[in-house]
Design a protein around this ligand. Structure first.
Ligand SMILES: Cc1ncc(COP(=O)(O)O)c(C=O)c1O
Length: 418
């Protein structure tokens, strides 16, 4: 196990990484392609701005400081960074060709693994990004149902974000309804059910609870109107369960999209679903559909999920962190809590905090004032990379979780004093 004693010493400062980040911003809007990775300006003294390397549960910033990472590249790293067998398979595939002119057999093998492991998967199509896969599900649903309207719930990637960069005519066909009660869904489908192609649901990290009837209720409503149910398993797939929240809540959707958990960080996403729908696949095609390095990685990742209780270990680690942090917060009389499922718990800073705009990615969704900034400053200083939804990989150890609980305890005290 990697040592814990040197974490948080921050002997190298973080100036170099910020200097590099500022230079990056000169040539790259936001300084990164991933909104959730943008370092916020406020805690510049404490937060590293760029990562140089990663291994297991740890990352090193460009100044050389080491951290236990609970952001995990916004979710995809479930087996730990640089997993030896996954990376070996990817490297071997590089020597055989990254993309080729005819399909590779890996596409079939990885699709078969998905079919074996995911309850709603009769057939599979691969993509590179999660948002791209979700966008494809809406096109597939429109093609199958001959209907135009789409209901979304939560964030599904930039293609389905109906902000003012989308034409008004397209926006008029979309509505985003929050996770939770089904009244608004029932009302919308009563008015527009026969024009609606699909309802797309992603889980709300703060709201999800075991036994929650929401997904089953939406399933029933959609079935009544001949509307397809699409579950966005981009974060929850291969984290909550192998089949994500649809497996967890025992609901079979018509289509589902997966991404983050399926290839331990290699860029791969998948649309899965009912054979009769998937078999009528419309004209949706990408050059990198059979990109073989990510598929080689995915074959090892999915086999690992099949052969080992990865999900069970993620739950154990998550429960240890969530229970530990909530206990130290309660003991100090601080209202902070980590709520929702232990494998993707959401930070809540004040009891009255609302879910905010659920169409934005989790890191930018809530505005809990200075508490989050102050808490994160303390956690960075103590050698953690935090995230509003805290993730573990099976490379994390119990000792690292206990170290993190202690770091939370001290940092919460500081954050709620200021
Ligand atoms: C629930 C959910 N759906 C879709 C996406 C979009 O995936 P990607 O960023 O790979 O396009 C994300 C990204 O964080 C997500 O959290």
């Amino acid at each position: 196990m990697s040592s814990l004693s040197h974490l948080g010493s921050r002997q190298h400062g973080v100036q170099r990484s910020w200097q590099q980040y500022r230079e990056t911003c000169e040539v790259l809007p936001w300084g990164t392609g991933t909104g959730s990775k943008r370092p916020s300006a406020a805690p510049a003294d404490d937060q590293p701005a760029q990562i140089e390397r990663a291994r297991g549960s740890r990352v090193w910033d460009t100044d050389g400081n080491e951290y236990i990472d609970f952001r995990l590249s916004c979710g995809p790293i479930t087996l730990g960074y640089c997993h030896p067998e996954v990376d070996r398979a990817a490297k071997e595939q590089i020597d055989r060709g990254v993309v080729t002119s005819l399909p590779v057999d890996l596409e079939r093998r990885v699709a078969k693994l998905m079919v074996e492991l995911v309850p709603c998967a009769d057939m599979v199509r691969f993509f590179k990004g999660g948002g791209e896969a979700m966008y494809a599900t809406t096109r597939v649903a429109r093609h199958f149902t001959h209907r135009d309207r789409v209901v979304t719930c939560g964030y599904h990637g930039w293609g389905l974000n109906m902000d003012d960069t989308q034409p008004a005519a397209l926006r008029a066909l979309h509505v985003n309804i929050p996770y939770g009660g089904t009244d608004a869904y029932a009302e919308y489908l009563k008015a527009h059910g026969n024009e609606t192609a699909c309802v797309c649901i992603s889980g709300d990290y703060a709201a999800m609870r075991p036994g929650d009837p929401f997904l089953a209720d939406v399933r029933e409503l959609t079935q009544r109107s001949g509307v397809l149910l699409v579950v966005d398993e981009i974060v929850t797939g291969f984290r909550v369960r192998r089949g994500g929240i649809h497996e967890f809540f025992g609901v079979i959707p018509d289509l589902a999209a997966f991404a983050k958990g399926i290839a331990n960080g290699y860029p791969l996403a998948a649309v899965t679903g009912r054979r009769d729908i998937m078999a009528q696949w419309p004209s949706i095609s990408i050059t990198y559909g059979g990109e073989a390095v990510s598929l080689a990685a995915a074959e090892v990742v999915l086999s690992t999920y099949r052969d080992q209780d990865v999900i069970g270990r993620l739950w154990q680690l998550g429960e240890r962190l969530q229970a530990g942090v909530n206990e130290v917060a309660a003991r100090q009389g601080i209202p902070f809590r980590m709520v929702g499922l232990p494998v993707c718990p959401q930070m809540i800073f004040t009891p009255s905090e609302s879910a905010g705009d659920s169409t934005r990615p989790p890191s930018t969704r809530r505005d809990p004032g200075t508490y989050q900034t102050e808490l994160f400053r303390g956690l960075y200083r103590r050698g953690l990379i935090p995230y509003p939804v805290m993730y573990e990989s099976i490379a994390h150890t119990d000792d690292e979780i206990d170290y993190a609980v202690n770091a939370f305890s001290e940092s919460l005290q500081e954050a709620y004093q200021t």
